[in-house]
Write a protein that binds this ligand. Sequence first.
Ligand SMILES: Cc1cc2nc3c(=O)[nH]c(=O)nc-3n(C[C@H](O)[C@H](O)[C@H](O)COP(=O)(O)OP(=O)(O)OC[C@H]3O[C@@H](n4cnc5c(N)ncnc54)[C@H](O)[C@@H]3O)c2cc1C
Length: 396
Amino acid sequence: MSNLETFRQETRAWLEANCPESMRTPVTMDTQIWGGRHVTFQTEDQRLWFERMRDKGWFVPDWPKEYGGGGLSPEEHQILKEEMKRLKCRPPQVNLGVWMVGPVLLEFGTEEQKREHLPKIARGEIRWCQGYSEPGAGSDLASLQTKAVRDGDHWIVNGSKIWTSYADHSDWIYCLVRSNPDAPKRDGISFLLFDMQSEGVSVKPIQLTNGDSHFCQTFLDNVRVPVKDTVGEIDKGWTVAKRVLEFERAMMAELEDSAGRPVYTPADVAKEVIGLQDGKIADPLIRDRVVQNAMNHHAFQTMTRRVMDEFAAGDWGAAMTAMTFKYCGTEEEKRKYQLLLDILGERGLGWEGEVFEKRDLGITRDWLSAYTHTIAGGTSEIQLNIIAKRVLGLPD
Ligand SMILES: Cc1cc2nc3c(=O)[nH]c(=O)nc-3n(C[C@H](O)[C@H](O)[C@H](O)COP(=O)(O)OP(=O)(O)OC[C@H]3O[C@@H](n4cnc5c(N)ncnc54)[C@H](O)[C@@H]3O)c2cc1C
């Protein structure tokens, strides 16, 4: 038996023995666990699953062991993902530290920064948020105006960030600031890390259309940040910021396919809600759209899988392609939820209340969320601009 086959069998056996039954059911926004200083569990099973995966180093399976990771090779990591998906295991925690700031620290961080932050991320002890967007800088992020002025060994930071997801629950932030107002706009930006408890940081939640309130505006008023907490070179933070966006977009392309999310298949919902005629979905127009959707989904999954393997093996060309998948994946997700809503008809008009089935309410809310995924991490229009310039090489 090959080493990888042995690893698969051991992983399968470990997951079967250690993932509690209740952690093999779809996870919702309300039941997902966010790591951090104030991590809370609704059930004992959630705690067990969190602690067992943490102790195995499998919050970050592919990070080096010296920083608290699982030390798995890309192939082993892929096997772990497949086995978790097979068993329908929930992600044991959710944390931007794992998806975004950790990977850039591995690439750009000093040894001191790695030793300070990576083990805490690997153990789910610190929850991170992203301070990029500002009221006047979204798609045109490089126009950001939050200022950092040098005062000896510290930066003094002033300004405000907007759409900072979960800032009110986060422990640390990675934040883009203008450290050199005289340089061309992409050259005068630095990438800072600081504690959300620092004096001068305050947050105000913003309500969303789907009922959630995970957005905040984050105000920074004379916040003192040690210069040693600058990631990458001073004034060269744009390079680090772009890498974070590559990780974010690759992660978002995979969103629909992540282990533990409820999967609403248009074919199943249509069979139940519309019914069958001669063994086929009774409405021919819906049937046609269901087939289109299934074909697109399959093709997209196959392509994503190939590119993610290349990406995991360190091929940054593949990272670029993965970024284009953010556009395809999130737009396809939006079309899928539009189709699901059309299948549900008036059953999909529910927002809350006992007369509506839980699944149907879930679909309506996910339909709204699907729109936000085409905006977060860079809008679809901006992805098309990037694909035109950087992938197809078209002129400005
Ligand atoms: C769910 C969600 C979570 C988010 N979380 C965070 C977070 O944690 N931290 C953070 O910093 N930000 C976060 N954001 C903000 C997000 O990054 C911005 O919303 C996004 O970059 C768009 O910026 P904007 O909202 O200012 O829109 P704008 O940039 O004002 O764009 C408005 C419209 O104009 C279009 N447009 C703009 N420029 C061009 C162009 N050159 N060519 C073609 N079309 C163009 C856009 O596509 C869009 O349709 C989040 C957003 C969402 C939806």
